[in-house]
Design a protein around this ligand. Structure first.
Ligand code: ZN
Length: 249
Protein backbone atom coordinates (compact mmCIF):
# COMPACT_ATOMS: atom_id res chain seq x y z
CA UNK A 1 0.00 0.00 0.00
CA UNK A 2 1.34 3.43 -0.87
CA UNK A 3 1.97 5.87 1.96
CA UNK A 4 -0.33 8.87 2.04
CA UNK A 5 1.37 12.09 0.90
CA UNK A 6 2.36 14.37 3.78
CA UNK A 7 -0.22 17.00 4.63
CA UNK A 8 1.30 20.43 4.11
CA UNK A 9 -0.05 22.87 6.65
CA UNK A 10 -0.80 26.33 5.31
CA UNK A 11 1.37 28.88 7.04
CA UNK A 12 0.66 32.55 7.55
CA UNK A 13 2.68 35.75 7.84
CA UNK A 14 1.64 35.89 11.50
CA UNK A 15 3.67 32.70 12.08
CA UNK A 16 7.00 34.44 11.38
CA UNK A 17 7.30 36.35 14.68
CA UNK A 18 6.38 33.27 16.79
CA UNK A 19 9.01 31.27 14.87
CA UNK A 20 11.74 33.85 15.54
CA UNK A 21 10.54 34.20 19.14
CA UNK A 22 11.03 30.48 19.68
CA UNK A 23 14.47 30.49 18.01
CA UNK A 24 15.79 33.39 20.10
CA UNK A 25 13.79 32.68 23.30
CA UNK A 26 11.85 35.94 23.16
CA UNK A 27 8.51 35.92 25.00
CA UNK A 28 5.68 36.75 22.56
CA UNK A 29 2.42 36.58 24.50
CA UNK A 30 -0.90 36.92 22.71
CA UNK A 31 0.29 36.22 19.15
CA UNK A 32 -2.30 34.92 16.69
CA UNK A 33 0.32 32.87 14.85
CA UNK A 34 2.28 29.79 15.88
CA UNK A 35 5.92 28.82 15.33
CA UNK A 36 6.55 26.94 12.09
CA UNK A 37 8.00 23.59 13.24
CA UNK A 38 9.91 22.81 10.02
CA UNK A 39 11.79 26.08 10.49
CA UNK A 40 12.45 25.88 14.23
CA UNK A 41 13.78 22.34 13.67
CA UNK A 42 16.21 23.30 10.91
CA UNK A 43 17.34 26.52 12.63
CA UNK A 44 18.06 25.15 16.07
CA UNK A 45 21.76 25.97 15.88
CA UNK A 46 21.25 29.67 15.07
CA UNK A 47 21.81 32.27 17.75
CA UNK A 48 21.03 35.41 15.71
CA UNK A 49 18.41 36.24 13.11
CA UNK A 50 18.20 38.75 10.28
CA UNK A 51 14.71 39.10 8.82
CA UNK A 52 14.67 40.75 5.40
CA UNK A 53 11.26 41.94 4.26
CA UNK A 54 11.16 42.30 0.47
CA UNK A 55 8.14 44.42 -0.34
CA UNK A 56 5.69 42.67 -2.71
CA UNK A 57 7.55 39.35 -2.72
CA UNK A 58 4.50 37.18 -3.27
CA UNK A 59 4.91 33.42 -3.52
CA UNK A 60 4.40 33.28 -7.29
CA UNK A 61 6.38 36.49 -7.77
CA UNK A 62 9.30 34.90 -5.90
CA UNK A 63 9.24 31.91 -8.23
CA UNK A 64 9.13 34.16 -11.31
CA UNK A 65 12.00 36.33 -10.03
CA UNK A 66 14.11 33.58 -8.47
CA UNK A 67 16.43 33.23 -11.51
CA UNK A 68 17.48 36.85 -10.85
CA UNK A 69 17.98 36.27 -7.12
CA UNK A 70 20.53 33.45 -6.97
CA UNK A 71 21.35 34.09 -3.30
CA UNK A 72 17.74 34.08 -2.13
CA UNK A 73 17.21 30.34 -2.06
CA UNK A 74 16.77 27.71 0.59
CA UNK A 75 13.68 26.38 2.34
CA UNK A 76 10.71 28.05 0.65
CA UNK A 77 7.32 28.20 2.32
CA UNK A 78 4.12 29.79 1.00
CA UNK A 79 2.33 31.93 3.57
CA UNK A 80 -1.16 33.34 3.53
CA UNK A 81 -1.15 37.12 3.27
CA UNK A 82 -2.95 39.06 5.99
CA UNK A 83 -3.28 42.48 4.34
CA UNK A 84 -2.96 44.10 0.90
CA UNK A 85 -0.85 46.99 2.11
CA UNK A 86 2.57 47.39 3.57
CA UNK A 87 2.01 48.96 6.99
CA UNK A 88 -0.55 46.49 8.38
CA UNK A 89 1.29 43.58 6.75
CA UNK A 90 4.65 44.49 8.29
CA UNK A 91 2.94 45.08 11.63
CA UNK A 92 1.60 41.50 11.37
CA UNK A 93 5.04 40.14 10.51
CA UNK A 94 6.57 41.91 13.51
CA UNK A 95 3.82 41.25 16.08
CA UNK A 96 2.57 37.81 15.04
CA UNK A 97 -0.96 39.26 15.16
CA UNK A 98 -3.58 39.72 12.46
CA UNK A 99 -4.52 43.32 11.56
CA UNK A 100 -7.83 43.10 13.48
CA UNK A 101 -5.74 42.36 16.59
CA UNK A 102 -2.87 44.86 16.21
CA UNK A 103 -4.98 47.65 14.60
CA UNK A 104 -1.91 49.21 12.94
CA UNK A 105 -3.03 50.56 9.57
CA UNK A 106 -0.92 53.71 9.36
CA UNK A 107 2.49 54.65 10.76
CA UNK A 108 0.74 56.89 13.33
CA UNK A 109 -1.04 53.82 14.74
CA UNK A 110 2.35 52.42 15.82
CA UNK A 111 2.23 54.88 18.73
CA UNK A 112 -1.24 53.87 19.90
CA UNK A 113 -1.34 50.12 19.33
CA UNK A 114 -1.14 48.22 22.64
CA UNK A 115 0.48 45.27 20.85
CA UNK A 116 4.26 45.16 21.05
CA UNK A 117 6.49 44.04 18.20
CA UNK A 118 8.99 41.23 18.60
CA UNK A 119 11.74 43.89 18.40
CA UNK A 120 10.42 45.69 21.50
CA UNK A 121 9.82 42.45 23.36
CA UNK A 122 13.37 41.36 22.55
CA UNK A 123 14.76 44.62 23.96
CA UNK A 124 12.64 44.22 27.10
CA UNK A 125 14.19 40.84 27.74
CA UNK A 126 17.72 42.14 27.18
CA UNK A 127 18.09 40.88 23.60
CA UNK A 128 19.53 43.56 21.34
CA UNK A 129 17.41 44.26 18.29
CA UNK A 130 17.76 46.55 15.28
CA UNK A 131 15.57 47.93 12.51
CA UNK A 132 16.40 49.58 9.17
CA UNK A 133 13.36 51.05 7.48
CA UNK A 134 11.90 54.17 5.85
CA UNK A 135 12.43 57.35 7.91
CA UNK A 136 8.84 57.77 9.21
CA UNK A 137 8.60 54.17 10.33
CA UNK A 138 12.00 54.49 11.97
CA UNK A 139 10.86 57.59 13.85
CA UNK A 140 7.83 55.70 15.19
CA UNK A 141 10.04 52.86 16.47
CA UNK A 142 12.88 54.99 17.80
CA UNK A 143 11.32 55.35 21.24
CA UNK A 144 10.87 51.60 21.47
CA UNK A 145 14.24 50.14 20.46
CA UNK A 146 17.84 51.37 20.51
CA UNK A 147 19.28 50.49 17.13
CA UNK A 148 17.06 52.12 14.52
CA UNK A 149 18.18 53.56 11.19
CA UNK A 150 15.84 55.47 8.87
CA UNK A 151 16.26 56.13 5.16
CA UNK A 152 14.45 59.04 3.49
CA UNK A 153 11.85 58.02 0.94
CA UNK A 154 13.14 58.73 -2.56
CA UNK A 155 11.99 58.84 -6.16
CA UNK A 156 15.07 56.79 -6.92
CA UNK A 157 14.02 53.58 -5.24
CA UNK A 158 17.15 51.69 -6.30
CA UNK A 159 19.22 54.28 -4.48
CA UNK A 160 16.86 54.01 -1.51
CA UNK A 161 17.47 50.24 -1.29
CA UNK A 162 21.24 50.79 -1.56
CA UNK A 163 21.03 53.12 1.45
CA UNK A 164 19.01 50.50 3.35
CA UNK A 165 21.84 48.04 2.72
CA UNK A 166 24.48 50.55 3.85
CA UNK A 167 22.65 51.38 7.06
CA UNK A 168 22.14 47.66 7.73
CA UNK A 169 25.86 46.97 7.48
CA UNK A 170 26.55 49.94 9.80
CA UNK A 171 24.11 48.71 12.45
CA UNK A 172 25.47 45.17 12.25
CA UNK A 173 28.65 46.50 13.87
CA UNK A 174 26.60 46.77 17.10
CA UNK A 175 25.96 43.02 16.88
CA UNK A 176 22.17 42.89 17.22
CA UNK A 177 20.72 39.47 17.96
CA UNK A 178 17.60 40.24 15.92
CA UNK A 179 17.61 42.58 12.94
CA UNK A 180 14.80 43.56 10.58
CA UNK A 181 15.39 45.23 7.21
CA UNK A 182 12.91 46.37 4.52
CA UNK A 183 13.67 46.62 0.77
CA UNK A 184 11.15 48.33 -1.52
CA UNK A 185 12.24 48.46 -5.16
CA UNK A 186 10.15 45.55 -6.47
CA UNK A 187 6.99 47.04 -4.95
CA UNK A 188 7.68 50.52 -6.35
CA UNK A 189 8.36 49.15 -9.83
CA UNK A 190 5.14 47.12 -9.71
CA UNK A 191 3.16 50.26 -8.81
CA UNK A 192 4.82 52.11 -11.67
CA UNK A 193 3.76 49.29 -14.05
CA UNK A 194 7.35 48.72 -15.16
CA UNK A 195 8.27 45.89 -17.52
CA UNK A 196 9.16 42.43 -16.28
CA UNK A 197 12.81 43.09 -17.19
CA UNK A 198 12.89 46.14 -14.93
CA UNK A 199 11.27 44.15 -12.13
CA UNK A 200 13.92 41.47 -12.62
CA UNK A 201 16.62 44.16 -12.42
CA UNK A 202 15.18 45.44 -9.11
CA UNK A 203 15.22 41.85 -7.82
CA UNK A 204 18.82 41.42 -8.93
CA UNK A 205 19.84 44.54 -7.03
CA UNK A 206 18.13 43.34 -3.85
CA UNK A 207 19.86 39.97 -4.24
CA UNK A 208 23.22 41.78 -4.44
CA UNK A 209 22.42 43.81 -1.31
CA UNK A 210 21.48 40.68 0.57
CA UNK A 211 24.66 38.94 -0.56
CA UNK A 212 26.72 41.85 0.77
CA UNK A 213 24.81 41.88 4.07
CA UNK A 214 25.43 38.12 4.45
CA UNK A 215 29.17 38.68 4.13
CA UNK A 216 28.92 40.69 7.37
CA UNK A 217 27.11 37.95 9.31
CA UNK A 218 28.41 35.12 11.45
CA UNK A 219 27.76 31.53 10.32
CA UNK A 220 25.35 31.06 13.21
CA UNK A 221 23.06 33.88 12.02
CA UNK A 222 19.96 32.67 10.23
CA UNK A 223 18.63 34.81 7.41
CA UNK A 224 14.92 34.78 6.73
CA UNK A 225 13.47 36.58 3.69
CA UNK A 226 9.76 37.23 3.34
CA UNK A 227 7.33 39.31 1.34
CA UNK A 228 4.67 41.49 2.97
CA UNK A 229 1.77 41.00 0.52
CA UNK A 230 1.27 39.64 -3.02
CA UNK A 231 2.49 41.94 -5.78
CA UNK A 232 0.22 44.75 -7.00
CA UNK A 233 -0.33 45.73 -10.63
CA UNK A 234 -0.09 43.65 -13.76
CA UNK A 235 3.65 42.95 -14.14
CA UNK A 236 3.13 39.51 -12.63
CA UNK A 237 -0.42 38.20 -12.49
CA UNK A 238 -2.02 35.55 -10.31
CA UNK A 239 0.07 36.18 -7.19
CA UNK A 240 -1.87 35.16 -4.07
CA UNK A 241 0.30 34.05 -1.16
CA UNK A 242 3.52 35.49 0.22
CA UNK A 243 6.97 33.90 0.02
CA UNK A 244 8.99 32.95 3.09
CA UNK A 245 12.52 31.71 2.45
CA UNK A 246 15.10 30.56 4.98
CA UNK A 247 18.40 31.02 3.24
CA UNK A 248 20.86 28.19 2.73
CA UNK A 249 24.16 29.72 3.84
ZN1 ZN B 1 4.30 46.39 0.71
Amino acid sequence: MMAAPPIRAVRSLVDIAPTIAELLSIPLPGADGVAIPELTDCLQRCDRTVLVIVDSLGYFTYHRLQPYMPHIRGTVIGCRAVADHTTPAIASILTGCRPDTHRIFTTADVHTSPIKSILELAEESGIRSALVIEREGARAMKTKIDLVAGVDDSRDILDYDTKIKERTIELLKHEPVLMVVHFRAIDRYAHEARSFDELAYAAERIDNHLCEICRNLSRSTCVIVCGDHPIHGTCIEGDQDVALIVLDR
